[in-house]
Design a protein around this ligand. Sequence first.
Ligand code: CO
Length: 134
Amino acid sequence: MIGRLNHVAIAVSDLEAASNTYRNILGANVSEPVDLPDHGVTTVFVELPNTKIELLLPLGENSPIAKFVANNPSGGMHHVCYEVEDIIAARDKLVAEGARILGDGEPKIGAHGKPVLFLHPKDFCGTLVELEEV
Ligand code: CO
């Protein structure tokens, strides 16, 4: 069901410092920051030849990553994102298998303008999983 790895997300407390690390020390192409108020994050994408790294900064009072960043002040791996062809079909299959979808179970529009869902880490080897329809 899952396809390519779309990105690995790293949550940080200083987005400019993280961007500079990837741009200047690791020599990667790094995008400008984009605020996603619906998701409570500001994102930067690092383009790699075979995938992307998403740098996340908490945005707003109720950011879902605020606690994670507070617990990981130097940053930490937050989620992996896999591509699926049909996010509703994928969700329905996962729910039928007993997996838990975060939030209200309906896809939101993600950082690439495409529908995304998040799956409960306890059902997926302790890792938060994002599905993105491509
Ligand atoms: Co993501």
